[in-house]
Design a binder for this molecule. Structure first.
Ligand SMILES: CC(C)(COP(=O)(O)OP(=O)(O)OC[C@H]1O[C@@H](n2cnc3c(N)ncnc32)[C@H](O)[C@@H]1OP(=O)(O)O)[C@@H](O)C(=O)NCCC(=O)NCCS
Length: 183
C-alpha cells in the first residue's frame, strides 16, 4: 500500500502567559535560523524574555492596541508565531509578521497560517490591506506571499537592518476584495 502524505493541521490561537516556557524553548532551539531575519532573537535569552513578550501581547489584546498576535499550533503542538502589527485603524491596514521553529519548516505550514490570519484580518478586524515585507534574500518568506496570491508592489531599498547590514525588502500586499479564503 502506498503511503499517504497527510497535511499538517494548522491552527492559530491566542497566547497565554503560561506559554512562555514552550515559546522560549522553540525560539532557543531555532535561534540560528530565526536570527538571520528577526532582530529580536538575540535579545531573547531566557524564559523571562518570552514572558515579557507574552505579557505585552496579552495586554495588547485586552486594550485593543495596534497589534494582534497568535501562536501557531501544528497537530496540537506549538510551532511558531504570527502577528498583524502596525495596524492603522484610519487606513484599515496592517503588516504580517511570522516565524516557525525549524522542525516545522518546509511543510507549507506558514502558507496555511497566513491564510487564517488573512481571514481574521479581513474578517473580524475589518482591515482592507495587509502587507508582508520580506528581505529579498528570504526566499521562503517571499514564496509564502507569492503562493497566497499577494501582489509584489516593489522593492524597498535598504529597508531592513539586520546584524549591522542593510537588506532590500520586497513589499507584498493583499486587499480585502482580492482575498478568497482558501484554507
Ligand atoms: C519564512 C518561514 C515562515 C516559511 O516557513 P514554511 O511555511 O515552512 O515555508 P516552506 O518551507 O513551506 O517554504 C515556502 C515556499 O518556499 C519554497 N522554498 C523553500 N526554500 C527555497 C529555496 N531555497 N529556493 C526556492 N524556493 C524555496 C518552498 O518550496 C515553498 O514553496 P511552495 O509552497 O511553492 O512549495 C520560515 O522559513 C521561517 O520561520 N523563517 C525564519 C523567520 C522568517 O524569516 N520570518 C519571516 C520574516 S519576513
Amino acid at each position: 500500500m502506498s503511503a499517504i502524505a497527510l497535511e499538517p493541521a494548522v491552527m492559530l490561537r491566542g497566547p497565554r502567559l503560561d506559554d512562555a516556557e514552550t515559546l522560549f524553548s522553540l525560539v532557543d532551539a531555532s535561534r540560528a535560523t530565526l536570527r538571520q531575519w528577526l532582530p529580536w532573537v538575540d535579545g531573547t535569552v531566557g524564559v523571562d524574555d518570552s514572558r515579557r513578550f507574552l505579557a505585552g501581547v496579552v495586554d495588547g489584546a485586552r486594550d485593543g492596541s495596534a497589534c494582534a498576535t497568535w501562536l501557531i499550533e501544528v497537530d496540537g503542538g506549538m510551532a511558531g508565531c504570527i502577528d498583524i502589527h502596525g495596524i492603522s485603524r484610519l487606513n484599515r491596514s496592517g503588516y504580517l509578521g511570522y516565524w516557525l521553529a525549524d522542525a516545522h519548516v518546509g511543510k507549507g505550514v506558514m502558507r496555511r497560517a497566513v491564510a487564517q490570519a488573512l481571514d481574521i484580518g479581513f474578517g473580524e478586524l475589518e482591515l482592507n490591506r495587509l502587507c508582508i515585507d520580506a528581505a529579498v534574500d528570504n526566499v521562503r518568506s517571499c514564496r509564502v506571499a507569492e503562493r497566497l496570491g499577494f501582489r509584489r508592489e516593489g522593492v524597498l531599498r535598504e529597508y531592513l537592518r539586520l546584524h549591522g547590514r542593510y537588506h532590500d525588502a520586497c513589499q507584498y500586499s493583499m486587499l480585502a476584495r482580492e482575498w478568497t479564503p482558501r484554507r
